[in-house]
Design a binder for this molecule. Sequence first.
Ligand code: GDP
Ligand code: IMO
Ligand code: MG
Length: 430
Amino acid sequence: MPLNIIVGAQWGDEGKGRIVDYLAAGADYVARYNGGDNAGHTVTVGSKIFKLHLVPSGIVHPHVIAVLGNGMVINPRTLLDEMSSLRGAGVSIAPQRLHISPAAHLITPAHRALDKALEAARSKEKQIGTTGRGIGPAYTDKATRRGLRLADLLAPDFRERLLAHLHESNRTLSGLGAPELDSEEEADAFINQSSRLALYIFDVAAELHLALKQGHTVLAEGAQGTLLDIDHGTYPFVTSSSTLAPAALTGLGLGITAAREGRVMGVTKAFQTRVGSGPFPTEIKGKAAERLRGTGQNPWDEYGTTTGRPRRVGWLDGVLLRYAVRVNGLTELIITKLDILSGLESIKLCTGYSVNNAIVSDPPGGADGIAACEPIYEELPGWAEDITAVRKWKSLPKNAKAYLERISALAETPIKLVSLGPEREQILEI
Ligand code: GDP
Ligand code: IMO
Ligand code: MG
């Protein structure tokens, strides 16, 4: 049985949580492999809306074992808050079913303060618009080999090492003109809280290896999206982790052959969104943008799950979708939010870019080359029908089918699932 991987094919918020929840019904393990609480994954089940930041979205299914892999950066306070709000919503959270890698890195209050101070110190054009969750500074410490890991919580000298980290961060904060933290107070609070996670630390790499060997199904849940990847995204307007499907292996401690037989699923909205700064060739503004974004009345309107910021919106970018297929090795596409397009007279789809008097169908020199590109659009006729209750391909309006078929042809990849609403059953399988 396979390792199946779900990744965002755009700039995040594609509806990964909703799709993971749907597919977790058939999985034994659901594992996050990158990022931290910069992620906000929404799962809607009846009247309940779960907003998950660190805990894998599969947790909502009682049979699933949820894994937080070594590729993640974990803020103990937000994790504990999330665990208790999940318990409050009737989800069982226990060491038997929530396993955290000892090699995952810790996010401290100093990382958060540094994230904000570094962002404030950047000039307007250079600001990334981070989520302020300390992601960049935590991965910086990991890469410079001075990070604190989950396993360190159990070490007798943890307090000393934490204090050293807080002192050093204070020096940087003061250099940036930001207020320093009270190291002793922060250390006490941090140790007090994070020690409660000790029971959940587990050798998840060995566990997942064995699970796959025994025929269990593991679903790897990506956070952020392809275009936010530190190597292959729109650098420097990216996050600080590897978000792509291959990172599921290193981020969980699995070997390359673990992915041999599985599905690699790229989730994309039927249009394009981005929160934070950076290039966005198909972005639209004004009234047309409001139509795609919504006004904030509906829970699914385009406002960030983690920060509440209005998302930038635009037409689906077929060039970047082809790129996502290539860099992730996607075997299939999953389309979400098709319902939002109902009622539009026509729909634009970007099929190429014009750059330096040439027409290209791949981003020139990688995703960070798109800033200079002008989108070339194809305009397709829309449909008027409400499609939120459609469950079969044949019941979709003709023009909706034609739009999906065009996307699939452009990306040279089959579409396997189409989501028509946030609810678990508002989906059709092709
Ligand atoms: P993620 O970060 O990729 O998990 O996505 P988010 O949860 O941040 O954002 C996706 C939003 O769209 C959430 O509010 C979902 O409930 C909602 N959503 C997902 N799929 C659909 C869909 O097909 N139709 C509608 N209307 N909403 C959807
Ligand atoms: P999910 O998993 C959308 C964006 C931020 C910012 C950039 C860097 O819900 O799809 P960071 O805090 O990571 O250093 O911010 O990345 N970003 C996301 N955008 N969805 C996310 O996660 C994101 N996580 C980070 O807005 O532009
Ligand atoms: Mg999100």
